[in-house]
Ligand binder design. Structure first.
Ligand SMILES: Nc1ncnc2c1ncn2[C@@H]1O[C@H](COP(=O)(O)OP(=O)(O)OP(=O)(O)O)[C@@H](O)[C@H]1O
Length: 310
């Protein structure tokens, strides 16, 4: 198995729905070992591109090869190489976890079903719930079942459509860890709205909008462009100029923006999260609220498009 070989090769694909250009001439490659973050606002064309790569939709023009196989002419071979977690995974709520995975293994004609199921149950941490019906599971565990079914045939390529959407922060972190663990030796494409997720999980990031690629970059470069990333919003019971000075004197601090006497924004030079250090400086100070702002894709996206127009 060659490290870095191209496993997904997308060339000039277009897909129009009547007048809507859902995917408008997109090209990119994903190599083994890459976790590729597919970002963009609602309706950007992410799901459509993912459906084309997984053979659920046919493109109008252009070509996609997965592990060397063409999605139009060799779709069976492509389906064997690819695992897919769709945006809204099918329910099958009344089946047990094992029953559902057996059903998927049968559909894929897997020879040693028991071994395949044990492997994915272990990988995704489903051991304790394997005889429970899917409908009784928490959202986070349902998502793991979705990942388990995508992994049942040990695919080289994984396509995950918003894998952490709708999960609470703890469940999000668990699913993100899981994706990192299963990533070795695979090529993974995952779509997300969340900049932090790309930083935590991906080693490459692509932003699409209106069916076209705007940015192909590293997560670190994207974060650096998101001006408001990890800004700490602080509200005090009363103004305190000495405190503002003390925070500004920290070597990591770029500036303290005092929007009002008591409402401040603290910006770090490195855009890392410095909440701990700020909390230390706030000992004995009456604080009304404090929160760390996530760099939102929407704002980054606005900056990028403004940059393009300027
Ligand atoms: N089957 C379809 N018929 C008609 N239009 C469609 C169809 N599927 C998608 N579209 C349109 O194509 C565009 C791209 O949609 P797509 O679902 O790929 O975006 P997305 O980036 O995945 O968005 P989201 O983050 O909301 O899932 C949208 O304008 C959408 O309304």
């Amino acid at each position: 198995m060659m490290e870095g070989e191209v496993l997904v090769d997308v060339r000039n694909i277009k897909k129009y729905f009547g007048p809507i250009k859902a995917v408008d001439d997109i090209s990119f490659q994903v190599r083994r070992g890459e976790i590729f973050g597919f970002m963009g606002p609602n309706g950007a064309g992410k799901s459509t591109a993912m459906k084309i790569i997984t053979c659920f939709l046919e493109q109008d023009s252009g070509a996609v090869r997965v592990a060397g196989h063409d999605t139009l002419t060799e779709s069976l071979a492509v389906r064997q190489k690819i695992g897919y977690l769709p945006e809204s995974a099918p329910a099958y709520g009344e089946m047990t976890v094992t029953g559902f995975l057996e059903f998927v293994a049968d559909a894929r004609a897997i020879a040693d079903k028991a071994a395949a199921i044990d492997r994915v149950v272990d990988m995704t941490g489903l051991e304790n719930v394997r005889y429970q019906t899917v409908e009784t599971l928490s959202k986070g565990f349902k998502r793991r079942v979705g990942l388990a079914q995508a992994l049942i045939h040990d695919p080289e390529v994984l396509i995950l459509d918003e894998p952490t959407d709708g999960l609470d922060p703890n469940q999000k972190a668990l699913v993100q860890d899981l994706i990192n663990r299963i990533a070795r030796n695979k090529a993974i494409i995952l779509s997300t709205h969340i900049l932090d997720e790309v930083e935590r999980v991906c080693n490459r990031a692509l932003i699409i909008s209106k069916g076209q690629i705007l940015v192909d970059s590293t997560p670190q470069e994207l974060i650096a462009r998101a001006d408001n990333h990890n800004v700490i919003k602080l509200e005090l019971a009363e103004g305190d100029k000495a405190l503002a000075k003390r925070i500004e004197d920290q070597n990591w601090c770029e500036r303290v923006i005092r929007q009002t006497e008591t409402q401040w924004e603290i910006v770090a030079k490195d855009r890392e999260n410095h909440l701990g250090e700020v909390m230390d400086l706030l000992e004995g100070v009456a604080v009304t609220s404090i929160a760390v702002q996530e760099g939102r894709l929407e704002e980054l996206f606005r900056e990028i498009t403004e940059g393009v127009c300027a």
